[in-house]
Design a protein around this ligand. Structure first.
Ligand SMILES: Cc1cc2nc3c(=O)[nH]c(=O)nc-3n(C[C@H](O)[C@H](O)[C@H](O)COP(=O)(O)O)c2cc1C
Length: 234
């Protein structure tokens, strides 16, 4: 059904350790902080990819780095599915096309015209497609931290996605998150257990172009909220 990827051996992708037993405490200096800030500003959601292939070992390395994300009770509830077969990819594409048409119908006038003009997934050209699921019944973590807030299990998987997103960018890769999908059909199409909850379907590859601002901002779909508008003091 799904195969477990082996550990990486290639030194090109070993600059960042995947394991937490590194004894040398790193020092994050000002230059690192500046670069990290650049990384946050240039992360971006990418929907148009070049056809250049992505080294499979790099993909494994990114999954390894994503697995360093925090998780409630150390539950590590994320499950990664590398979607490689034409049949599986086609089922996700058809799923997206259907859901995107339905979403378009919810808008009218200028907003509908703009929505129809947006490219909201790179499913046709992304060389790597990765689905991230939540194993909802995991015993890992023995329930610690999620008795009062069970949704923290989902937050944990989302954090793995964000870690992967940032890590991919450091290798010049772009990532696009596709959520315009019927999750039940994704489970069926990828033949994964019904109790795995779809968290993210990711398109990954080398971007057609880099940007420091969101495409939906540039295309006039939505404006940036000033930080002062989203902070309250009590
Ligand atoms: C949970 C989640 C789901 C998303 N789903 C989609 C999607 O289906 N299609 C799309 O084009 N972008 C999707 N995005 C990307 C957002 O549109 C994007 O993050 C936002 O416009 C800000 O742009 P930026 O990521 O470039 O900063 C999603 C992002 C998140 C966090």
């Amino acid at each position: 059904m799904h195969r477990t990827v082996g550990m990486l051996r290639d030194r090109r992708f070993m600059s960042t350790k995947c394991h937490q037993d590194d004894l040398h405490e790193p020092e994050f200096d000002e230059s690192f902080r500046q670069q990290f800030e650049e990384l946050l500003k240039w992360r971006r959601d990418v929907r148009s990819f070049r056809s250049d292939p992505v080294d499979a070992r790099l993909v494994e390395h990114l999954i390894c780095l994503a697995s360093l994300a925090p998780s409630v009770g150390y539950s590590q509830p994320w499950r990664f599915v590398l979607v490689e077969s034409d049949g599986c990819r086609e089922s996700v594409r058809a799923n997206f096309e259907h859901c995107n048409r339905e979403a378009l119908n919810l808008y009218s006038g200028e907003k509908a015209r703009l929505y129809a003009s947006l490219k909201l997934a790179g499913l046709r050209d992304a060389p790597v497609q990765l689905a991230i699921f939540l194993s909802q019944n995991t015993d890992h973590g023995s329930g610690l931290g999620r008795i009062t807030m069970p949704e923290t299990l989902e937050y944990s998987a989302v954090l793995a996605v964000h870690s992967l997103w940032l890590a991919a960018r450091t290798y010049g890769l772009g990532l696009g998150w596709v959520s315009i999908l019927d999750p039940v059909k994704v489970n069926r199409g990828l033949n994964v257990p019904a109790n795995w909850k779809l968290i993210a379907y990711l398109c990954i590859g080398y971007p057609e172009e880099d940007n420091s601002s969101p495409e939906l901002l540039r295309r006039g779909w939505e404006a940036t909220l000033p930080v002062r508008q989203v902070v309250v003091k009590r």
